[in-house]
Design a protein around this ligand. Structure first.
Ligand code: PLP
Length: 436
């Protein structure tokens, strides 16, 4: 019909591609959230991107509020990064030997975050947390790990467990294929609950290798640590000889030049990084105290390796990205995020839609419920159907949000007035759609 907002004609190529993709790839996608199962409709196949804009295979343009789930902090095809990547690729794609770019990237990270004395580069956030966990277990000679419900650390067997939020619940595997023996070493606790951490350590303190936590969680929506929570984790782990791992894959180099650590300042034993530090390429890292890092192969007994680790093109992209992340970039992110969040609040209020907006630096998310969200249980108690209607209205109006109610909205240095205006213009109708 001539009045429909989104016609099948306008997504014809994406429709055809997802249909074919499903025949050659499970669900048609290489990462499940991309399939749009939580929001319905056709995932858009993106053909190209520039600055804050995505263009799909049917020629539709969208303001990008996914930013590749964090890495594209400068926007797409930033000229400095493009030049660095092109120059690096021109010299070779992968050597399997040491190369200079990886030293430069490691030096940049170590220079930014004081407690990080050494880093080891890997290719994904998942690899970073998996390796940090192995290092913590190797260094302590203990096997149990504590994680928090609602925190995502990649698809590491031991960290996919998140069932149960009761005190010291020994988790059941959250995914088929994770052996109970692996999940059984994981203690899942409610986030922001110091008493639960105290209780778990009172019972199992001498068996716990580490506590791993998102520095400021962003994978259940943005749920910052309550004042004192991270400090309590530091104190309790130290009292029991366990390590504290701060997962800054999402927050690193985004919440500030030194990530969440730059804002809160609690010193963990190990950090994990990814996303921004790869500038859109597969580069990630784990790092921390030199005496701990010395436990890694070839210096120490904890094995860890990678064919493409420290890849010269990926490290060039990461280094150029970090170097372009100036103080002006961080203040721009802050301003754009607040402009969009304020407008979302106004539009949802005007439409009578229950919502709460939470922040970690300039990282924010909108929960479709009233009241503060401090834990995964709180986050789950939101109106995901309302989010689905909101999401689809935004998409139809040319704004691509993350297709899940449990995600941060990512902005970039390239989000200019035109892009922000396009978001603001779409919000009122989307809020009305959300109200049902
Ligand atoms: N840790 C956190 C906090 C993340 O947000 C993610 C990804 O979203 C990961 C780890 C896993 O990173 P990757 O997807 O690169 O494996």
């Amino acid at each position: 019909s001539t009045t429909s907002r989104s016609t099948s004609a306008s997504t014809a190529r994406s429709d055809a591609l997802i249909e074919h993709a499903r025949t050659v790839t499970p669900g048609g996608v290489n990462s499940p959230v991309r399939a749009f199962r939580a929001v319905g409709g056709t995932p858009r196949f993106i053909a190209s991107a520039q600055g804050p804009w995505l263009t799909d295979v049917d020629g539709n343009r969208y303001v990008d509020l996914i930013c590749s789930w964090g890495p594209m902090i400068l926007g797409h095809r930033h000229p400095d990064v493009l030049a660095a990547v092109t120059a690096a690729a021109d010299k070779g794609f992968s050597f399997g030997t040491p190369s200079e770019n990886e030293v430069a990237l490691a030096t940049e990270i170590v220079g930014r975050i004081e407690p990080v004395e050494q880093v080891r580069l890997v290719s994904s956030g998942t690899e970073a947390t998996m390796s940090a966990l192995r290092l913590a277990r190797g260094a302590t000679g203990r096997s149990k790990v504590v994680k928090f419900a609602g925190c995502y650390h990649g698809h590491v067997d031991a960290l996919l467990a998140s069932a149960g939020s009761g005190l010291a619940t020994f988790a059941l595997p959250d995914s088929a294929g994770v052996p109970a023996s692996s999940a059984g070493e994981t203690i899942v606790l409610p986030y922001n609950d110091v008493a639960a951490v105290e209780a778990a350590f009172a019972e199992h303190g001498d068996e716990i290798a580490c506590v791993i936590t998102e520095a400021s969680p962003g994978n259940m929506g943005v749920v910052p640590p309550a004042p004192g929570f991270t400090q309590a984790l530091r104190r309790i782990t130290r009292e029991h000889g366990a390590l504290l791992i701060s997962d800054e894959v999402m927050t690193g180099f985004r919440c500030s030049a030194a990530g969440w650590f730059g804002l809160e300042g609690v010193v963990p034993d190990l950090f994990t990084f990814g996303k921004v530090m790869g500038g859109g390429f597969p580069a990630a890292a784990f790092g921390g105290r030199a005496d701990l890092m010395a436990q890694l192969s070839p210096d120490g007994p904890v094995y860890q390796a990678g064919t493409l680790s420290g890849n010269p093109v990926a490290t060039a992209a990461g280094l150029a990205t970090l170097q372009a992340c100036t103080p002006e970039v961080y203040s721009h992110l802050d301003q754009v995020a607040h402009t969009i969040a304020d407008a979302a609040h106004d539009a949802l209020s005007a439409a009578g839609v229950a919502h709460t907006i939470q922040w970690a630096g300039s990282m924010f998310s909108v929960f479709f419920r009233e009241g503060e969200v401090r834990s995964y249980d709180d986050a789950q108690a939101q109106d995901t159907a309302a989010f689905g209607r909101f999401f689809n209205s935004m998409l139809d109006q040319g704004v691509h949000l993350p297709p899940s109610a449990f995600e941060a909205w990512f902005v970039s240095a390239s989000h200019d007035d035109e892009a922000v205006e396009a978001v603001l213009a779409a919000l009122p109708a989307a809020a009305r759609a959300a109200s049902g």
